[in-house]
Write a protein that binds this ligand. Structure first.
Ligand code: AMP
Length: 208
């Protein structure tokens, strides 16, 4: 099974991917995580993309497509794509890539969330440096795993506003790209993570 998880920033793609990869034994590919790891390691690529990411802009398609190609072509495991494709050009490149590899996208799951809720979630989001999960409460000093909590540079209010605009302009057309493919499903993201997970699992029961 190969899944695409879509949704605006803060919709819960990372949280749901973490649950789904365990249940379905899939490889979780978060392009945002890959880029942040490059930034943290101070690589050339990391330096090249840092300003774009912190300002809430997208990294150029060419770079993202070859990054995904490298990851996906070195695994036989089914994948969850979290944060890719973010443009129609990336969606088309993914189609070509999958065709060449003799694989198929099984489902495109859109986690839907009202904008007010997105802003609320992102402005209070703290993530764990060690396991990557968001903190469960606003007051806890550290993650349950013991890791230190931090605020993502691009969760600053100005970047959030810009990321939502970028999402509307560049990523929403990807929804149209998939909407009539017979693989597209929408899930209500304005529920607890467990309820969202249950809805996604119910939808995936019908997917081969
Ligand atoms: P995310 O963790 O998915 O919210 O991604 C964080 C940031 O990484 C985004 O705001 C973009 O700057 C960059 N990024 C991640 N995935 C992509 C992609 N598929 N295309 C372009 N930029 C991306």
């Amino acid at each position: 099974m190969n899944l695409i998880l879509m949704g605006c920033p803060g919709a819960g793609k990372g949280t749901q991917s973490a649950k789904l990869k365990e249940t379905l034994n899939l490889k979780h590919i978060s392009t945002g995580d890959v880029l942040r790891a490059q930034m943290a390691a101070g690589t050339e690529l990391g330096k090249q993309v840092a300003a774009l990411i912190n300002q809430g802009n997208l990294v150029p398609d060419g770079l993202m497509i070859s990054m995904l190609q490298n990851i996906i072509s070195t695994t036989d495991q089914g994948v969850i794509l979290d944060g890719f494709p973010r443009t129609v050009a990336q969606a088309q490149a993914l189609d070509d890539m999958m065709k060449r590899l003799g694989r198929q996208i099984s489902a495109v799951v859109m986690i839907d969330l009202p904008q007010e809720e997105v802003v609320k979630r992102l402005s209070s989001r703290r993530l764990c440096k060690k396991c990557g999960k968001p903190a469960a409460t606003a007051t806890q000093a550290a993650c349950e795993c013991g890791g230190e909590l931090y605020v993502r540079g691009d969760d600053a209010p100005q970047s959030v506003k810009h990321r939502l605009e970028v999402y509307r302009q560049q990523t929403l057309p990807v929804k149209e790209y998939y909407q009539h493919s017979g693989k597209y499903v929408e899930i209500n993201g304005n529920q607890t993570p467990d309820q969202v997970f249950e809805d996604i699992c119910n939808v995936l029961k019908k997917v081969k």
